[in-house]
Design a protein around this ligand. Structure first.
Ligand code: ATP
Ligand code: MG
Length: 168
């Protein structure tokens, strides 16, 4: 089945990682690819190495400028998409998490038709999670499970910066 975790509230990527932990408990094979992320200091990346959860990052350390993405951002997004497609076609895992794919689409780094093609390629025995704000209505339509994280409160609004172990 295809799951989507979207919305502007906190908890999308961490929910997907929680699912990975659950699936691994049943000896399921899990893979995670990340659009627009290239920083190696995320706590989950360090833990993932220890527990044998493969996370492949396709991004720069810096944030992508939505209005002026660099050529490199397009290349990395293409590489991430191709890798996700390869994992699906080769049935490399039981659970595949495609982190921030919704944002990559919203930023114009991916084409909607390609994302829909990818969704169509997912075999029935594979669970795939698509995360990120701004999920496209056509993606929501095609998904089997959609959860929207709604921001009711976030300390960021009070000027509190990203916290170690909480945001990264
Ligand atoms: P998390 O990784 O904590 O599960 P997320 O995947 O839902 O969060 P993203 O939309 O990917 O959140 O946001 C990236 C970063 O911004 C994360 O570090 C996250 O904690 C933080 N964040 C999430 N929601 C908000 C918000 N409403 N305002 C500001 N920052 C947020
Ligand atoms: Mg996220």
């Amino acid at each position: 089945m295809i799951e989507v975790y979207t919305g502007n509230g906190k908890g999308k990527t961490t929910a997907a990682i929680g699912l990975a932990i659950r699936a691994m408990g049943h000896d399921q094979r899990v893979r995670m690819v990340q659009f627009m992320k290239g920083w190696e200091g995320y706590g989950e990346l360090v833990t993932a190495k220890k527990i044998g959860l493969p996370i492949e990052q396709f991004g720069r350390k810096e944030f992508v400028d939505k209005d002026h993405p660099e050529e490199r951002d397009f290349e990395l997004a293409r590489d991430c998409f191709d890798r996700a497609m390869e994992i699906i076609e080769k049935r490399e895992c039981d659970l595949l998490i495609i982190d921030e794919i919704n944002v990559a689409l919203e930023y114009g780094l991916l084409k909607l038709e390609d994302v829909l093609k990818l969704m169509d390629a997912i075999p029935s025995e594979m669970e795939v999670v698509l995360t990120g704000r701004y999920a496209h209505p056509a993606v929501l339509e095609k998904a089997d499970l959609v959860t929207e994280m709604v921001e009711i409160k976030h300390p960021f609004r009070e000027g509190i910066e990203a916290r170690k172990g909480v945001e990264f």
